[in-house]
Every structure is written in C-alpha cells, then in structure tokens.
Design a protein around this ligand. Sequence first.
Ligand code: PLP
Length: 402
Amino acid sequence: MNSNPIRSKENFLIFGAPAIEDTEIQEVVATMKTGWLGTGPKVMRFENEFKAYKGAPYAVAVNSCTAALHLSILAAGLKPGDEVITTPMTFCATVNAIVHAGATPVLADVDPVTMNIDPEKVEAKITSKTKAILPVHFAGRPCDMDALCDIASRHNLKLIEDCAHAIETEYKGRKAGTFGDFGCFSFYVTKNITTGEGGMILTRSQEDASRLKTLALHGMSKDAWKRFGDDGYKHYQVVEVGFKYNMMDLQAAIGIHQMERVAPYWHRREEIWQRYNEAFANLPVTLPAAPEPDTIHGYHLYTMLIDEAKTGISRDTFLNAMNHENIGLGVHYMSIPEHPFYQEKFGWQPEDYPNATSIGRQTVSLPLSAKLTDADVEDVIAAVKKCLVMGKAKNPVLAAAG
Ligand SMILES: *Cc1c(COP(=O)(O)O)cnc(C)c1O
C-alpha cells in the first residue's frame, strides 16, 4: 500500500463529525448557570420550533430516535403478536424498537435504486396480523409515500415514519414525518442536526401527544412535567408503566441553535454531494440515484456501491484503504438479516432480501457533514481515486481513466 497517505494521522477525517458553533456552546453554559438542566423551558422551545419548521400540530422531545420509535409503536396501540412491516436496509434500532414494544417485525425488501422499502414488497407481506408500516427515508430520500399511504389506508394500518435521516426531506410538497400517525427524528451526533443524543416525535392528535409525554416520563400524568415549577407543590399520579425517555434542557440548548442552521447545513451537504457526483462520474462505482422529481432529498448520506467485479477491489478492501489514507467512512448498513440475533429469533436469511443484502455488502458512505471544508472534500475525492486505482490492474475502465 502507498506509504504517503492523503491526510496525516493527526488530521484523520472523522466520519459524521458534527458542526458545533459558538452560540450553542454559550447556550449550554448559560443553561448550566441557571441550574435548570433537566426537562424545562428550553425543551418546550425546541419542540415549538421543530413543529413550526415541520408545520406539524404536536411535537414531543425525547432522548433518542430509538425512544421515539419505541413510544410511537406503543402509542399506536400495538399489542404482542401484531406485525409491523419495515425495511431490512436500516439501523438496528428501527427493528429493536418494534421488538421492545412487544410487536413482531416483518421485513419487506428495498428497491435496488432508491434503497427505500418497496411498496409492492410491503403489500406482499401483509397478513391479518399486520397493524403498522414503519418506513425509513433512507439517506434522506423520501419513500414512495403515495403508495405507502394508500396501502396503510386500504388495510387500516398505522404509519410510523423513521425520519432519522430526513429532517429536510419532502415528498410532493409535504414534509417527512407528517404523513404518518407518528414521525420520529434523531439528533444523534452524526445526524443532520444534533443535540448529542436526542429525538423528536411528530404526531397529529393531542391524545397521542399526551400519551407520548406520559410514556416518556415514568407513566406519570402530564402535569408531572410541571411539578417542579414555582406555583406550589403538585402531587403526581402514575397512570401506566412508562419509561425514562425525556429530553434535558442541556440537550435542547444545543438543539435550538442547531435548528437555525437546518437550511445552511443542508445547502452545504448538497454542494458536497454535487461535487462528489461530478468527481466520481467516470469511476466504475454506482453513485446515489438522482432525487426523484417533486421531492427534496435530505442529503444525509452519500452512499457509493463498490462491486468487486466492476472495480477490481472489494468493499472491505476499499474501506481499509481509505482508512489508511486517514479518512473515516461509514457503512449504512449491513442489511438487518446479516445479524445473528435476527437470524436466530426470526429465521431471517440474507438471501430472502436480495436487494438489501447486495447493497449492504457493497455500500460505503463518504463523509458528508456540513463541517467539512473544501479542502477536506478534495482530500476525500483524491483518496477515493487513489484507493480505486488499486483495482486498476484488474480493471480496464480504471486503467483508461488513469
Ligand atoms: C440513527 C438512527 C436511529 C436511532 O437514532 P438514535 O437517536 O441514535 O436513537 C434510528 N433509525 C435510523 C434509520 C437511524 O439512522
């Protein structure tokens, strides 16, 4: 392997590094000084700003998207034995949330081009036990919501959107997370905006919002959220067995300022995306499909498929070679049926989900954070070209590209 890496070790480009600016640092410090660290006025402000941005009637902040998904499935009224259809091309949390809620996950394979759940495959998996569909807007690309909403309404299913990649995403003028009964968002460090750890649930009914709040805080009645206020002691009542999923003001302090940068960060990621497209146009790799007409892509992940037969090197060799160049990549994702737990518990096998399996074995995600400088982006491009040249001897297309 070439001994002179594109970047030095000290300058390793970390995949998914968040852009954090001075205003949120100051807000966190100010929050510390008020002494109000837990759930309070800043969480309420963050919820209000998020729902205003989305044009949604209700927003409930929680401490992760995993928690958001778990509570949404419970609030949807699912019972043990009920089936939830989701995608094999997702993070394990999507499936785990279904399991934690006591329901049974069922996978429907993805479309090989969009990498999103294929509505026809969903339809084929519907049984008398199916109670919900849980699509993921993969990489920020909206799912085929016309088809999914139609299936949900014809079969009387709940629709829960995993919007962990999809804050900015729109489909035919409507924002991701507002199609379904519940829309779940993540503010994990690597996501489009961050609160360190954090999540948000959008919902359409006051009843659902209030149930979510109760479930997120020990099952205590809604007024418990206000019990530390200055208008006298209030006894709380536990009305069901809940969880400890509330967001802290310390997290919301970061979120309210990250909110202001949803648009500029998205623009920056779009710019990087276009630059990658242009730089890699002639390489023997599969680049992300162009966004569908009348949609807005959230540009959360820039995924490239490395097919060894085409490039001359395997995906894993490429990952290691990029690491040697001191550039961190991601893999989103090895498909869900590749993991032993799900194979043992549900009998899932990779070959039953050929599109997700093939994507999962070939995909790499390049750095796509708003934090990247132009020089960082050029380093990524130079490293990708250099690493792919390793396959050159075996590959006439690369040899010709020089
Ligand atoms: C990150 C992610 C989650 C989980 O989000 P957390 O906030 O880390 O719990 C769920 N689904 C998808 C698709 C994700 O990428």
